[in-house]
Ligand binder design. Structure first.
Ligand code: FAD
Length: 423
């Protein structure tokens, strides 16, 4: 066992990374409390992250191995059963008025990544946690403050505030008294995403270097339905890419035989389309051949473009990730990255495996809480030292891969053809 039975570990954020961290901590015998801003995502009335249905992600060995090491054999089965192998990328284009698709395999040895529904993966993790007697869930709890010397945190109960707002809607804002709770902890794991409140409070204690960048692109989700015969519209075992030099459209397969697609476009191009919505179809036809109306009807394209949010992409680097023995941040809270390398969640899941591996190395069998604190502080220091360069590297690779995906995937052959045509 890595820690004493009495240790109370508070995890903030029940996304994929926080849920896996809670599972690792619970497996080691900690009393785990998992606090989440939103409701339980297994409840259909909960608004999903980013306000869209859910996003499909590429799950790679980095993430799979971290779930494998969680010591829950059924977890990996339940997650992998709900995935679709993607053996490579399929590049779409047009030559002399004819559509073409060019497969590019990821690996000569046949290794592949898997398309997974983020919400589905998250649900499997929550289902596993539910079975653990030493885990308590606190949904609708927002971290609002933390004192990492006294090991105290404050959470605002969103359900009480919402109730208050409904009852007092015509009078005044909800009465906040009674909506805040104080929580004592031994160890806090902050996995509360790119706009992490844990990180914000950690900065007051640790001398944290912090860097953030919004790249000049927004993303908007689209949906490619199955055929009338309920089959995939495109070959399912690929990540489909329509490269557009400065922008791109991609499609990832879903279990219901649809594809979740994403348009990545510079802010100014979104603004131009917003100003002239009737140009949307032409824009798609000239840049992403074969999408409209073959895969998405004109009406649906316009509807989804107008209704689905156009969301920014942030890249964050910071260090250290911890303060003494009290707190550590993981996942997007520590290193949010742009999605073009398909590794944000995978790297976050890997954080969990690396962190607990190091905590295990520093664990001792003692009933003295001070001994555990000292060892945890040493382990967290090592974690920050080891993980910072790795996270920075994958962050940079993700930024660089935007150029690769939106442009360089056009094979030399394709480029040669295009060049010859232009001559
Ligand atoms: P999140 O998923 O952001 O979860 C954080 C949780 O904390 C949320 O549930 C939130 O409600 C909660 N929270 C926030 N604030 C508070 C608070 N104050 N108190 C309590 N709780 C709080 N990654 C991949 O590996 N492969 C991909 O193919 C991929 N594709 C992507 C495509 C797109 C378009 C985008 C946007 C991202 C993609 N990613 C991908 C990245 C991936 O989605 C993230 O890296 C991953 O979701 C991070 O998980 P997390 O648990 O760290 O944070």
């Amino acid at each position: 066992m890595a820690t004493s039975k009495e240790q109370k570990t508070v995890v903030v954020g029940a996304g994929p990374v926080g849920s896996l961290a809670a599972l690792y901590a619970a497996k080691r015998g900690d009393n785990v409390e998992l606090y989440e801003l939103r409701g339980d995502l297994r409840d259909p009335s909960t608004t999903p992250l980013n306000f869209t249905k859910s996003i499909n992600l590429a799950l790679s060995e980095r993430g799979i191995n971290s779930m494998r090491k969680a010591d829950c054999p059924r977890l990996l089965d339940s997650v992998l059963n709900e995935t679709i192998p993607m053996h490579g990328r399929m590049i779409h284009g047009e030559k002399h008025g004819n559509l073409f698709q060019e497969p590019q395999l990821y690996d000569v040895h046949g290794r592949f990544v898997r398309a997974v529904d983020r919400a589905g993966l998250n649900k499997s993790l929550l289902d596993e946690l539910e079975k653990m007697p030493n885990v308590k869930f606190f949904f609708n709890h927002k971290l609002t403050g933390a004192d990492f010397r006294k090991n105290l945190a404050w959470f605002e109960r969103q359900d009480i505030l919402r109730l208050g707002n409904t009852q007092n809607s015509k009078q005044q804002p909800a009465d906040k008294r009674g909506a805040e709770i104080e929580v004592k902890f031994d160890f806090m794991i902050g996995a509360d995403g790119a706009h992490s409140a844990v990180r914000y409070h950690l900065m007051k204690y640790a001398r944290m270097s912090y860097q953030q960048e919004y790249i000049d692109a927004l993303w908007c989700e689209f949906h490619i339905p199955p055929t009338k015969e309920n089959d995939f519209m495109l070959p399912p075992n690929y990540l489909h890419i329509w490269p557009g030099e400065e922008f791109m459209f991609i499609a990832i397969p879903s279990l219901d035989k649809s594809f979740t697609s994403t348009l990545f476009l510079p802010n100014t191009r979104f603004a131009q389309l917003d100003a002239n919505p009737s140009s949307l179809t032409d824009f798609f036809k000239s840049n992403f051949p074969g999408v409209v109306p073959d895969l998405i009807s004109e009406a649906e394209l316009y509807k989804q473009y107008s209704e689905n949010p156009h969301l920014p992409l942030i890249s964050i680097k910071c260090t250290p990730y911890h303060y003494e023995s009290s707190v550590v941040i993981l996942g997007d809270a520590a290193h949010a990255m742009v999605p073009f390398y398909g590794q944000g969640m995978n790297a976050g899941l890997e954080d969990v495996r690396v962190l607990f591996g190091i905590l295990d190395e520093y664990s001792v069998s003692s009933q003295d809480p001070d001994v555990h604190r000292e060892n945890r502080a040493k382990a967290l220091q090592r974690y920050t030292k080891q993980r910072t360069p790795d996270a920075a590297a994958i962050n940079d690779l993700a930024l660089r891969n935007y150029q690769e995906m939106r442009s360089d995937v056009r094979s030399p052959l394709y480029r040669l053809r295009k060049w010859t045509e232009e001559k």
